[in-house]
Write a protein that binds this ligand. Structure first.
Ligand code: NAP
Ligand code: G4F
Length: 331
């Protein structure tokens, strides 16, 4: 009998890769979409005939209960969130409603309808914030630096608490930054690779950035959704850090991306103080030895491979349709 899974956030970067993975494993995939005035299915267009889309919202408890009652999934992947850190300072209340209380609503719905459902919660390395140790592992204390980070700490602990209080199979994946050609244009990797492609093709001349000294542990989203699935197949629910273990600065990223198309980044990059955050996470690097030992998980794409993959994808996209390039990201 094939398994059934619900994915919230199926229209996002991770949701689209996870849907592909689960379909390849013959799952029946039900994706949650919230109502919009026009469809927002760009990342899952190629899967649209193979998944079922159902309306629900993390803000609406009854919509979640009804969804779970009608679908009766074996696995529930909660990937939906307000995921862009700067926006969390502009909308801290809404960020908490989506990312913190939204997770409580999912946990309550599962507890009430069918406590045997396995739940994956999308926790984040942003929870480590002003880091207490290097590298960060499952036992490193949290010190979030944004309303987003704070909301994810709440979500993390409410997931742990429901596991311990009600014996739910609820796992929390503490994933470090992961990217792909499907990454939103406002995140720094994609903002850079999109701009490099535009500049190379003569569609733009400059790129405004904020803190070039921030360091991140960047991996490939396709590798990270495999880890999510692996965590859900264990005997016992536990939390895992997922990371490459290698950290680079935003400056390294810029240099590599421009260099890949033969451009000198110093001629194109400007610094915009408006892009500096009220509180910064300066340096993240993860220790995923638990996941490597217990799940057998390994990343397959390194930093250089990731940057090249993303620049090449943006070049292909903009070469095919330069007229639909849209505005340059200003976030
Ligand atoms: P993303 O591309 O921004 O996608 C977010 C998804 O959440 C979208 O499908 C969005 O739907 C949906 N959503 C937002 N609010 C919702 C609501 N109230 N009800 C229902 N759906 C809602 O994010 P991602 O990069 O795929 O990340 C997936 C998850 O992993 C997020 O929880 C993120 O915080 C977490 N995470 C990401 C990373 C990373 O590096 N990518 C690292 C650690 C943790 P619309 O399309 O309608 O906007
Ligand atoms: O790409 P970012 O916006 O990602 P950030 O803030 O690390 O958050 C992402 O990863 C988290 C995992 O740790 C996820 F939980 C979260 O949902 C999201 O996916 O920024 C990365 C770094 C920051 O230090 C930022 O200050 O890049 C720096 N940066 C420098 N100039 C910039 C820019 N970031 C953006 N978005 N835009 C810039 O112009």
């Amino acid at each position: 009998m094939s398994k059934r899974a619900i994915i919230t956030g199926i229209t996002g970067q991770d949701g689209s890769y996870l849907a592909e993975l689960l379909l390849s494993k013959e799952y029946e995939v039900v994706g949650v979409v919230r109502r919009t005035s026009a469809p927002n299915y760009g990342r899952i267009q190629h899967l649209i005939d193979r998944v079922t889309l159902r309306p629900a919202d993390l803000l609406d408890q009854l919509s979640l209960i009804r969804l779970i009652d009608e679908v009766r999934p074996h696995e529930f992947y909660n990937l939906a969130a307000m995921s862009f850190v700067p926006a969390s300072w502009d909308q801290p209340m809404l960020t908490g409603e989506f990312n913190a209380q939204g997770v409580t609503r999912v946990l309550e719905a599962i507890r009430q309808v069918d406590p045997k459902i396995h739940l994956y919660q999308a926790s984040s390395s942003e929870m480590f914030g002003k880091v207490r140790e290097v590298p960060q592992n499952e036992l490193t204390p949290f010190y979030p630096r944004s309303p987003y980070g704070v909301s994810k700490v709440f979500a993390h602990y409410i997931t742990v608490n429901y596991r311990e209080s009600y014996d739910l199979y609820a796992v929390s994946g503490i994933l470090f930054n992961h990217e792909s050609p499907r990454r939103g244009l406002e995140f720094v990797t994609r903002k850079i690779t999109d701009a490099v492609a535009r500049i190379k093709l003569g569609l733009a001349t400059t790129l405004a950035l904020g803190n070039l000294d921030a360091h991140r542990d960047w991996g490939f989203a396709g590798d990270y959704v495999k880890a999510m699935w692996m965590m859900m197949q264990r005997e016992r629910a536990e939390d895992y850090v997922i990371a490459t273990g290698v950290s680079h600065s935003v400056r390294d990223l810029v240099e590599l991306a421009f260099g890949h198309v033969g451009l000198d980044w110093r001629k194109h990059v400007t610094l915009d103080p408006k892009l500096i955050r009220p509180a910064e996470v300066e340096h993240l690097v993860g220790d995923s030895s638990k996941a490597r030992a217990q799940l057998g998980w390994e990343p397959t794409v390194d930093f250089a491979g990731l940057v090249k993959m993303m620049v090449d994808a943006d070049l292909d996209r903009l070469t095919a349709a330069p007229q639909v390039a849209g505005p340059v990201s200003t976030s």
